[in-house]
Design a protein around this ligand. Sequence first.
Ligand code: NAP
Length: 489
Amino acid sequence: MQKKSDIGLIGLAVMGENLALNMESRGWNVSVYNRVHPGAQTNAVTRFMEGRGKGKNFQGLTDIAQFVESIQTPRKIMLMVRAGSPVDELMDQLIPHLAPGDIIIDGGNSNFEDTDRRVAYAESKGFRFVGAGVSGGEEGALNGASIMPGGSLSAWDEVKPILQSIAAKADDGAPCCDWVGPGGSGHFVKMIHNGIEYGDMQLIAESYWVLKQVLGLSNDELSDVFTQWNGGRLNSYLIEITANILKFKDKEGDYLIDKILDTAGQKGTGKWSVINAMELGMPLGLIASAVFERSLSSNKEIRLEAEKIFGHDKEQGLYNKADMLKDVESALYASKLVSYAQGFDVLQKASEEFNWDLNLASIARLWRGGCIIRSGFLNYIAEAFEAKDKPRHLLFAPYFSSEIKESLFGWRHLVAHVLKEGMPVPAFSSALNYFFSLTSGSLPANMIQAQRDYFGAHTFERIDKPRGEFFHENWTGYGGDTKSGTYNV
Ligand code: NAP
């Protein structure tokens, strides 16, 4: 009789196939399953078993009962399928064949509220459920990903050896996979990771565009600039691949970047990050601007029409080349810091709201390797959150506050100059506006409160009375004394 597998994996698309190969390469026996499409000539399981899986420790099955039976108990079954209803459908197909205590791991990009629901559902049936965010794309899946598992805590000891073995290792050798927390927290953390990824990509795109359009740097010069930045405090995977992309030539010998249509796609995790930040009442402006800019970019026709109507009067202001290179680096670094500070603030708020008890330092460490936002400065973030005097805000950590102070002059000078040139830098300016609002003890919100009370009796607090006491004014002389309820949503 064939030896039972250590783990089962469902979904042999790009992520599942590579994760299965990664598991097998670390010494685990793996059963693989994919649905079969009636009438199709072949199926994903046969293709895999005769292709990349050939001669390796896999059992390929196309019958779900036999697949479940081929795995040793308590079973660990990882789903790498399209997020949404396919996960529920597969759970319904699996559950009749499972034994009490078996563990389902959802490695897809599921919505954290779906994962909350699935953890509760699986546990109510005597099973366990782990929602594990996986980042790193095809390459990470094969060679080492960043994995963010959360859900049924009792499953962690059992899935840990496998998940940590297939995770990337940070420079200090630590696996980029550790327990995040209960319910859908693993998928929430993965969602914020993706939101930060949107922000980083927009910031890099703005840097590239300013240096190309204002300084007129060639693609090779731009590539050199990004390579140089990658050797400094901006060291990260996305900066590294940007340098490679800029110098990449196609078969015709042309720079491919110049032939790619400027319309950005998106699959939803950036949008979810912003929606959830709004639900939690937390500012996530930089990621929001990155998501909205992708939406605007995708409507090329309206942009072309608007360009014809309005054009841009460029004020060719003076900017020394060396100064601009330095200031773009400052703006990129400071804005990136703001973005991470906003993202971690949302994680902290979610942790309090949902009782997740998230360890922010550990989360920063999970992202140091394997994933798309991996970068050197995540070590400093982890250290800031571990400090004895944990800062109330990431930007208050001594290391980061001094970096911001050092970058501020170049950052604000650059944003002002580029806006005068008539060029959009939505993420740079969003970050700078956030920074100025955050660091302003006084804001014009008194006017907003006055207007709200004027038209809707929404009440206001006063600077000469204790916080929490609310007042209403009869602004027009004909309004009554009746107030609207005081609450924040
Ligand atoms: P995908 O295109 O998102 O999903 C395809 C897989 O889902 C296929 O195996 C497909 O089976 C299966 N599937 C779809 N609907 C199904 C259903 N109703 N019942 C059973 N199986 C169904 O593939 P992917 O890019 O490898 O991603 C897998 C998961 O990882 C997704 O949740 C994705 O968001 C997440 N993820 C992807 C990446 C990436 O870089 N691609 C990175 C991180 C996370 P068929 O082949 O039979 O259609």
